[in-house]
Ligand binder design. Structure first.
Ligand SMILES: Nc1nc2c(ncn2[C@@H]2O[C@H](COP(=O)(O)OP(=O)(O)OP(=O)(O)O)[C@@H](O)[C@H]2O)c(=O)[nH]1
Length: 224
């Protein structure tokens, strides 16, 4: 039996620094975020890096079906609970994961910068997303394993171009070093908070602009 979207155990109590008396975004609902992409691109490691700040190296154990973790992030003094679904990239689990697309508010679509097939398959993933997910789902494209520069086969510009074609934000990330992992989730949380209508202070938040500005900041000042 696979877990039910929105009905799983609430794993609160993580060490998340909170601002004084933060409010909870979408208190009665979950902000469901799904990780998608070919098998081996690093979805599970990406989630574990975000949740626990750790990297699982060694033997690759493919995800079976689907699993999730919760994490609270603080956005502009407000707590946003993200329920993050880690899906199996293997083809044989596709019918299982399709059932979860419609409940997702945001999708992080990963490819591996050292694996051309995983990049070429992004268009097929986007076709599936358009078929099964909500029409207004937030999508972000991530080129993972950016730490493996000597084995890179997909240029950063190619990721940028593809993301621009589909009108989605783009980041290169590393689940190993943590590069841009937090930024990806923070941008999603900001967008979901904005959509929940609780950002009067940010009346025109644009996730792509936010991601681009943060990328410039980190490249200029060597921090994220
Ligand atoms: N160097 C490096 N290795 C990574 C990174 N992310 C994942 N890996 C490695 O890539 C392999 C696959 O990672 P997973 O996170 O299990 O991949 P997945 O996308 O969840 O795979 P499925 O569960 O089959 O869909 C593992 O051996 C990881 O250690 C990264 O950012 N850098």
């Amino acid at each position: 039996m696979w877990p039910t979207p929105g009905a799983g155990p609430v794993l609160l109590g993580e060490a998340v620094p909170l601002a004084p008396t933060p409010r909870l975004c979408a208190p009665s609902g979950n902000n469901q975020v799904m990780l998608l992409g070919d098998s081996g691109v690093g979805k599970t490691c990406f989630l574990i890096q975000f949740k626990d700040g750790a990297f699982l190296s060694g033997t690759f154990i493919a995800t079976v079906g689907i699993d999730f973790r919760n994490k609270l992030v603080t956005v502009d003094g407000m707590r946003v609970k993200l329920q993050i679904w880690d899906t199996a990239g293997q083809e044989r689990f596709r019918s299982v994961t399709h059932a979860y697309y419609r409940d997702a508010q945001a999708l992080l679509l990963l490819y591996d910068i050292t694996n051309k097939a995983s990049f070429d398959n992004i268009r097929a993933w986007l076709t599936e997303i358009h078929e099964y997910a909500q029409r207004d789902v937030v999508i972000m494209l991530l080129g993972n394993k950016a730490d493996m520069s000597s084995e890179r086969v997909i240029r950063s510009e190619d990721g940028e171009t593809l993301a621009r074609e589909y009108g989605v934000p783009f980041l290169e990330t590393s689940a190993k070093t943590g590069m841009n992992v937090e930024l990806a989730f923070l941008a999603i949380a900001k967008e979901l908070k904005y959509r929940a209508g609780q950002s009067a202070d940010e009346p025109s938040f644009q996730i792509r602009d936010y991601v681009e500005s943060q990328k410039k900041r980190s490249s200029c000042c060597s921090f994220v």
